[in-house]
Write a protein that binds this ligand. Structure first.
Ligand code: SF4
Ligand code: MG
Length: 323
């Protein structure tokens, strides 16, 4: 039930926040060892904020983050150290996330140095092994980031995330800044490393084709909430929530014959502001299935996420089926 609200502006003499931005507003999911869970949704829906709260960059406003059953969201810096090693992050932009003044050797050795894990000599050896693991030439450790291509730089980002031998890697749009021709290579590398090191991934993306390829399960977010969570094939083949259906309808089908007959669901209007989320179901101002629900339930009562989807429509269907 993770919440992260950010204060916006101030009012009064005491400088109280004028408003609150509800970036993440009651998100719950679990992630198993060795699993890849996709987190999808339009920009601003709270995917990155969720990731940052998990890794400890943002303390949650309320709710909790548990790692192997232990609460980790309210730990002090030193208490958090052992978990920091085990949860790492790969960022979207390999250009911005690597220090241009450091050689690859020092970029890869830095996490080991901070966590006092190896002597200088061993650190260099380890940096070479990491480069090899991500498919780069270990002899290039004395080069600087600008001497590598975009795809190679993201490989360095991956190597850095691996240096502390983590269990969980949060991948925040890891391939969206790369050329399409390079994306598949990096995705394949992530899959190969998962197999080899038994990694779990929380994979944040808005490219649904990539998510379909790599994820075991997928959670769909809308305005700070998870609206649907399901096994990959279930979600893509049989989406339940009206928002998921709209998202899926925008993904082109590889077979042109199917593609020609497919119906696109075009959502009206923009995503409402998280400063002032709509009442009831947050999706109600844009939902084309709302008329199927009796009365004003959709605009007054917030649907809860049952095992699968947060919608009065699916809740009714589930209740009817169980009678
Ligand atoms: Fe649409 Fe109502 Fe379901 Fe919300 S609860 S997604 S408005 S049908
Ligand atoms: Mg983001």
């Amino acid at each position: 039930d993770l919440h992260k609200h950010f204060p916006i502006g101030t009012k009064g003499l005491l400088g109280k926040p004028a408003r609150w931005l509800h970036a993440v507003d009651g998100v719950s999911f679990s992630l198993e060892r060795g699993e890849t869970l996709g987190l999808v949704g339009e920009s601003g829906c709270g995917k990155s904020t969720t990731a940052r709260a998990i890794i400890g960059l943002y303390p949650p406003t309320s709710g909790s983050v548990k790692f192997e059953g232990q609460e980790i969201s309210h730990l002090t810096r030193s208490e958090r150290a052992p978990f920091r090693r085990r949860i790492q992050m790969i960022f979207q932009d390999p250009y911005a996330s690597l220090d241009p003044r450091q050689t690859v050797a020092s970029i890869l050795a830095e996490p080991l140095k901070i966590h006092r894990l190896a002597k200088p000599r061993e650190r260099k050896l380890r940096a070479m092994q990491l480069l090899d693991a991500v498919g780069l030439n270990p002899r290039h450790i004395h080069r600087f980031p600008h001497e590598f291509s975009g795809g190679q730089r993201q490989r360095i980002g991956v190597a850095r995330a691996l240096s502390l031998e983590p269990d969980l890697i949060i991948c925040d749009e890891p391939v969206s800044a790369l050329d399409v021709s390079i994306q598949a290579q990096v995705v394949n590398l992530l899959e190969e490393l998962q197999e080899r090191f038994g990694l779990s991934y929380l994979f944040i993306a808005h490219d649904l084709a990539v998510v379909r390829h790599i994820c075991d399960r997928v959670a769909v977010m809308y305005l700070g909430k998870v609206v649907e969570i399901a096994e990959r094939d279930e979600l893509f083949g049989n989406p339940q929530h009206p928002y998921t259906k709209a998202l899926m309808s925008a993904v082109p089908h590889p077979d042109p014959r199917v593609e020609r007959t497919r119906e696109r669901i075009v959502l009206e209007g923009d995503v409402p502001s998280p400063l002032d989320p709509p009442s009831g179901c947050r999706f109600h101002p844009r939902c084309i299935e709302r008329h199927k629900v009796a009365g004003d339930l959709c605009s007054t009562v917030e649907p809860q996420l049952d095992t699968r989807s947060a919608c009065h429509l699916t809740a009714t269907a589930t209740a009817a089926a169980s009678i």
